[in-house]
Write a protein that binds this ligand. Structure first.
Ligand code: COA
Length: 164
């Protein structure tokens, strides 16, 4: 599987909206929200893709004056899981956030999403809080945090040249 990570563009919205529908049971982004994230938000929006289709995507948001970025969403197509796509996306987001001067990357994850927990723990995130009733269906979120100081800019091997 040959793939690379590149910035998201409006043309990616239909493919990512379809991926989003399949990847999440609740709290999904619709096409309008994705278009905003890919074009207007203070954000880094990245696509992992091969020549034919998006394999995954991730978005980080930045708040003016904030020392941390927030990993707002990440999903990988079922057929592409277990091959390091999410790892590469998080590494690329962390590299981009550090380049913007952020000291940390934070996120919220469903307390019952063990695959995502293991991904984030493996990448060095630590739990920093619990948010009861955070999701549409009442599920609890865990808040996690990654300090960016120790992240090497060379860690992302799948970055498109313009993102390195
Ligand atoms: C969670 C998700 C993004 C992982 O994507 P992925 O590309 O398969 O992840 P990677 O291949 O980079 O896996 C890296 C590590 O994460 C952990 N991991 C990933 N999937 C896992 C699973 N199903 N069960 C247990 N651990 C898992 C493992 O530690 C893995 O390392 P290993 O391969 O050495 O065991 C993907 O399963 C997904 O899109 N799920 C649905 C959407 C979602 O839950 N997003 C996260 C919202 S917070």
């Amino acid at each position: 599987m040959t793939w690379a990570i590149r910035p998201a563009a409006p043309a990616d919205v239909p493919g990512i909206a379809a991926l989003e529908q399949r990847a999440f049971a609740t709290d999904r982004f619709n096409a309008r929200q994705l278009r905003y994230l890919f074009t207007r938000a203070r954000a880094t929006a990245l696509i992992a893709g091969d020549a034919t289709a998006p394999l995954g995507y991730a978005v980080a948001l930045y708040r003016r004056g904030a020392a941390s970025a927030r990993l707002y969403t990440i999903a990988v197509a079922a057929a592409a899981r277990g091959k390091g796509v999410a790892t590469a996306l998080v590494d690329a987001i962390a590299t981009a956030a550090r380049a913007r001067g952020c000291a940390a990357l934070t996120l919220e994850v469903r307390a019952d999403n063990s695959a995502a927990h293991q991904l984030y723990r493996k990448l060095g995130f630590v739990e920093s809080g619990h948010l009861p009733g955070y999701y549409e269906d009442g599920a609890e979120a865990l808040r996690m945090r990654l300090e960016l100081a120790g992240i090497s800019a060379a860690r992302s091997t799948h970055l498109a040249p313009n993102l390195r």
